[in-house]
Design a protein around this ligand. Structure first.
Ligand SMILES: Nc1nc2c(ncn2[C@@H]2O[C@H](COP(=O)(O)OP(=O)(O)O)[C@@H](O)[C@H]2O)c(=O)[nH]1
Ligand SMILES: [Mg+2]
Length: 460
């Protein structure tokens, strides 16, 4: 539908803005890393004993900084969709992308990590256990055909070996500007897949965790705790990044299967499990009820209703006397000529079809067929404006941060008079929790939330 498409593009534009903004921050952070490297390497400021002290305390900090710099320069923004097997992860991704490309079936669950990227060129690449990447020759005819081609590489029922990653490139406007959507094998599918998933999770910029509400009793808090721990491990390993638990959205899918009289109990059960296993959970802003099935059904119904009414109105318009008079009035020089009757007939057909097309286009333009449901767009704009204000907050943080930076890292004389280690501890080690670490991932999640709003269950 035009509105949904517009919303998605708008969401994508916002993500693009955020990523551009993130790019500016990254440049700053890289500058700081370079400054620090220079500072540490410079014997002018640090004597060998301080250098040794740094080594004992922090290990090979120059190497760490270099690695961290490389990480910062990666400009992709991965949004990981995780959850239990058959909770509806693949169906959910298909829904938000508006493309039925990921296989979603009860019997052939996803067994690889699937990364979806926007690209002009359609392609699939698989990475095997030995990290060898193989490009697969595919073409896109329609969603179903693509899904069938893809199924061979992502599902267990296939004869193919298990791949580590399947990379899918398609023109997907929602994912322009380096956003990646990642479909994952269900938690609990097998110990081996669990480990692979947990290893992969620290790459996530934001999370969407899909819960199977029809089996809410099976929701296991300890699995969530494991996810949280695996994310937090990164903090311990790298000492330089912090996982923000607010960047997770919990989607209670299959809500259509929850009996009405149990809805309240199911919701409070899910909330209590999540509260116990997910630190700083904000029930209002992080938990959504959803039924992919109902949304799909209603989208199809609405679309076909709309198509029906449009085609009726268009039919009436084309059959009106003024229209037919205009359509079929030809001047003599337009009359088709030729040697053979069949040739004249073909030319006449083209001429008439051309006129019908022109009238149809004009009717669509006058009736703004591409702009239906403007009021829905307005609702969405409102949600986006909230996100914008978050960004403004982030900008303020950044400018404050810049002032601090200039004060601390300009290589002026005053820095020599300072106790370097104190300075080091309270600035460098606090980078991970600098305000700048927060806005991007948080805002990305905030962008995804409005995308969900039109999909979320209000009242059944
Ligand atoms: N009733 C119902 N079924 C759903 C819903 N969402 C997905 N399913 C079905 O659940 C099954 C598993 O979905 P899938 O997306 O493959 O789950 P995944 O393993 O988490 O990726 C499929 O048969 C879907 O059609 C929903 O909201 N309601
Ligand atoms: Mg799946």
């Amino acid at each position: 539908m035009a509105t949904e498409a517009a919303m998605k593009i708008e969401g994508a534009d916002l993500v693009r803005q955020i990523i551009e903004y993130d790019g500016q921050i990254k440049q700053k952070v890289i500058q700081i890393y370079d400054h620090i490297k220079l500072f540490i390497a410079s014997k002018e400021f640090i004597g060998t004993d301080v250098e040794d002290e740094i080594k004992t305390e922090f290990g090979n900090i120059l190497d760490d900084i270099e690695k961290q710099k490389e990480k910062v320069m990666i400009d992709e923004c991965p949004i990981v969709i995780a959850g239990e097997t058959s909770a509806g992860k693949s169906s959910f991704i298909n829904l938000i992308l508006g493309k039925d490309i990921l296989p979603s079936q009860l019997l052939s669950c996803t067994t690889t990590i699937c990364r979806l990227r926007n690209s002009e060129n359609v392609g699939i690449a698989v990475t095997d256990e030995d990290d060898k990447k193989i490009n697969i020759d595919v073409n896109y005819v329609d969603d179903k055909d693509f899904r069938l081609q893809l199924k061979k590489y992502v599902s267990r029922t296939s004869d193919h070996e298990n791949y580590k990653y399947v990379d899918i490139s398609l023109p997907i406007p929602l994912l322009k500007s380096h956003t990646l959507i990642i479909d994952t094998p269900g938690i609990g599918t097998s110990p081996e897949l669990n480990n692979r998933l947990l290893d992969f999770l620290p790459n996530a910029m934001a999370f969407i965790y899909i819960i199977n509400s029809s089996n809410a009793g099976g929701l296991q808090g300890d699995r969530l705790l494991k996810i949280f721990e695996s994310q937090n491990d990164r903090v311990k390993r790298t000492r330089m990044q912090e996982f923000d638990t607010r960047t997770t959205i919990f989607v209670c899918n299959k809500w259509d299967q929850v009996p009405e009289e149990e809805e309240e109990d199911v919701m409070s059960f899910i909330c209590s499990v999540l509260k116990d296993s997910w630190p700083n959970l904000n029930v209002e802003g992080q938990i959504y009820k959803l039924s992919v099935k109902k949304i799909k059904k209603s989208v199809i119904e609405q679309a076909s209703e709309k198509c029906e009414s449009i085609s009726k109105e268009l039919y009436t318009y084309l059959n009106k006397k003024e229209t037919t008079d205009r359509m079929f009035k030809f001047s003599v020089h337009e009359y088709p000529t030729g040697r053979y009757q069949w040739f004249i007939k073909e030319k006449a057909k083209d001429l008439i079809l051309g006129r019908i097309n022109a009238e149809t286009r004009e009717w669509c333009r006058m009736n703004m067929v591409e702009n239906i449901n403007l009021e829905l767009q307005a609702i969405l704009q409102e949600s986006f404006s909230k996100v914008h204000s978050e960004m403004e907050e982030g900008r303020k943080d950044l400018s404050e941060f810049e002032v601090t930076l200039d004060k601390r890292y300009s290589f002026d004389k005053s820095i020599r008079d300072r106790n370097f280690l104190d300075d080091f501890e309270d600035t460098v080690l606090s980078w991970p929790i600098l305000p700048i670490a927060f806005p991007l991932s948080f805002v990305i999640t905030a962008v995804l939330a409005p995308l969900l709003i039109p999909l979320v269950i209000k009242d059944y």
